[in-house]
Write a protein that binds this ligand. Structure first.
Ligand code: PMP
Length: 427
């Protein structure tokens, strides 16, 4: 049982001592004290099915015993920076991660977050190509430091910073985009950006395989292969941001980019990589990695023994517990059930995503696709009261983001959909 400070007390401290820009998901914020696999527990011991933990961090399940054991054992032994000394944890994890990569993607740089990973990737691409211009996709989220905030393309996450050399391409969004699911048509916009907005050379193109924060938007088929071709022709490197879609989440593949049939020059990752431990990584080719030998480069805690021990444990759990297969099987089942719900309720405009990275978009008019923001918030809060946590996203805040830990079962999927059905029937 929990006997710490009350939710009100924490809220008071949060208001007084923490960032005034912090926000929470619910009208009355959840006070979480425990987590176990796909479940969260509040201060009263009430259990919630977590269909959103994957987004924050949790890939194998909250406090997965094997990952916890690896963290505890390494913490007892040594926790230090690995910049200046040898340690097996970082070397073993780098090797295991590189082995999960296609082609020549063999060199790993560790960071503490997704933002840091993308900042490093963008810098390396600019150094390698000698070009400054970067192309990212509208509705993307890549981080909140200066470079990554520039390539993030949603008003709500952008402060008024100087954003040089970033071009935002038309979003190949099959639901809302003007070319529907014709990926090659959207790809022409990238060619135009290169042609009209740059000197003809670009440093990098960066994109998620499925936009997460943007509301689980799958890129129209054929888009990435066409864009990668144009970007390479203009001398640029292609960066795959796998912070959300990576680590088996999409089910059909280990990495999100693989289902688009492309091989990036640089891959970035974070979140699920450490199952809750602050860890990020950039993987690239030996040739591109060389650019960092021009100066001294280090990251004090990037790749520290505790975080990399956790990372290695995560890879082992994904394999041992067949979590990719589970993401595929349970994800397909859940998507089918959500599609049936769409047939029942007019308010559901679209169901999309792959594996255990699914989105449900609510609209008040299916024809006009008017975002049903209030309804989304209402159902979100109702779901919480019914014991289910889902996320919210999209620039209009009208998309449920369903990204549970990968140990989610068919029974969990049923419970989630039944709860959503009930909440919508009462609306
Ligand atoms: N890339 C993507 C696709 C993300 O979703 C996020 C975080 N939402 C980031 C990068 C940034 O990661 P972090 O918050 O760890 O800096």
């Amino acid at each position: 049982p929990y006997d710490g400070p009350s939710a009100d007390e924490i809220l008071r401290k949060r208001k007084e001592y923490l960032s005034p820009s912090m926000f929470h998901l619910y009208d009355k914020p959840l006070h979480l004290v425990d987590g176990k696999m796909q479940y969260l527990f509040d201060d009263k011991g009430r259990r919630y099915l977590d269909a959103f933990g994957g987004i924050a961090t949790v890939c194998c399940g909250h406090c997965h015993p094997h990952v916890v054991e690896a963290i505890v054992n390494q913490t007892r032994r040594l926790q230090h920076s690995t910049i200046l000394y040898l340690n097996n944890a970082i070397a073993d994890f780098a090797e295991a991660l590189a082995n999960k990569m296609p082609g020549d993607l063999k060199v790993v740089f560790f960071t503490n977050s997704g933002t840091e990973a993308n900042e490093l990737a963008l810098m390396m691409a600019r150094l390698y190509t000698g070009c400054h211009d970067v192309i990212s996709i509208r509705n993307a989220y890549h981080g909140n430091a200066s470079g990554t905030m520039g390539s993030t393309a949603q008003r709500i996450w952008k402060f008024n910073l100087v954003q040089t050399g970033v071009h935002h391409a038309m979003n190949p969004d099959p639901y809302r985009g003007i070319f529907g699911s014709d990926g090659e048509k959207y790809a022409r916009d990238v060619e135009d950006l290169i042609e009209y907005g740059t000197s003809g050379c670009v440093g990098a193109f960066i994109s998620e395989a499925i936009q997460g924060v943007g509301g689980i938007v799958e890129l129209a088929p054929g888009y990435l292969p066409a864009v990668y071709k144009s970007v390479k022709k203009a001398g640029g490197l292609c960066i795959a941001d796998e912070v959300q879609a990576g680590f088996a989440r999409t089910g059909s593949h280990f990495w999100g980019f693989e289902s688009h049939g492309v091989v990036p020059d640089i891959v970035t990752m974070a979140k699920g990589i450490g199952n809750g431990i602050p860890l990020g990584a950039v993987v690239t080719t030996p040739e591109i990695a060389q650019v960092l030998t021009r100066r001294c480069y280090f990251n004090t805690f990037g790749g520290n023994p505790v975080c990399t021990a956790a990372g290695l444990a995560v890879l082992n759990v994904i394999e041992k517990e067949k979590l990719q297969e589970n993401a595929f099987v349970v994800g397909s089942y859940l998507k089918d059930r959500l599609c049936s719900l769409k047939d029942k309720y007019e308010v559901i405009g679209d169901v999309r995503g792959k594996g255990l990275m699914l989105g449900v978009e609510l609209v008040s008019d299916r024809e006009l696709k008017t975002p049903a923001k209030d309804e989304t918030l209402h159902v979100l809060n109702q779901l919480k009261d019914l014991g289910v946590v889902v996320g919210k996203g999209g620039i209009h805040g009208n998309v449920f983001r369903i990204t549970p830990p990968l140990c989610f079962t068919k029974d969990d999927a049923d419970f989630l959909v039944d709860a959503m059905d009930y909440a919508m029937s009462k609306m």
